[in-house]
Design a protein around this ligand. Structure first.
Ligand SMILES: [Zn+2]
Length: 140
């Protein structure tokens, strides 16, 4: 599979990563999932990518809703929570990338996210690079 060397990425930060995620909408990345399907998806990806570690637990978002009213989160106790309205492969892969050890929105994070989006959502690298460009991320 084609991957992207993170050293080729410039201007990757929280703002541009979130902007990228507003722009891209390819393959299966944005298809809504049930809570049950999201748990299965997380387990499947984790078993494939990180077979030697236990997968993160997907907790129902309601558990966290009193603290954080929206969005998706990876918690350092290895739990993922995604607001039901935005539950999709793309959002889960973002949180899985954090769970894999890429805690900050930096070039390594984005390169790993691209790899997962290609593998599990059918995205093409050229599409992702184009969407990243719209978000202000430079690929050299
Ligand atoms: Zn994040």
């Amino acid at each position: 599979m084609v991957t992207l060397d993170p050293r080729r990425l410039r201007n990757v930060n929280t703002r541009t990563v979130y902007s990228f995620e507003e722009v891209y909408n390819f393959g299966k990345s944005n298809v809504w999932m049930s809570y049950r399907d999201s748990c299965r998806f997380v387990d499947r990806v984790w078993l494939e990518e990180v077979p030697d570690r236990l997968p993160p637990v997907v907790v129902p978002h309601e558990k966290w809703v009193d603290k954080m009213a929206s969005g998706a989160y990876y918690f350092h106790d290895h739990q993922i929570s995604v607001r039901p309205a935005v539950r999709s492969r793309g959002v889960l892969l973002h949180e899985l990338t954090h769970a894999m050890g890429y805690l900050e929105h930096n070039p390594g994070f984005l390169a790993q996210l691209f790899t997962l989006l290609m593998k599990y959502c059918g995205c093409e690298l050229g599409q992702l690079v184009m969407a990243a460009g719209f978000a202000g991320i430079v690929v050299r």
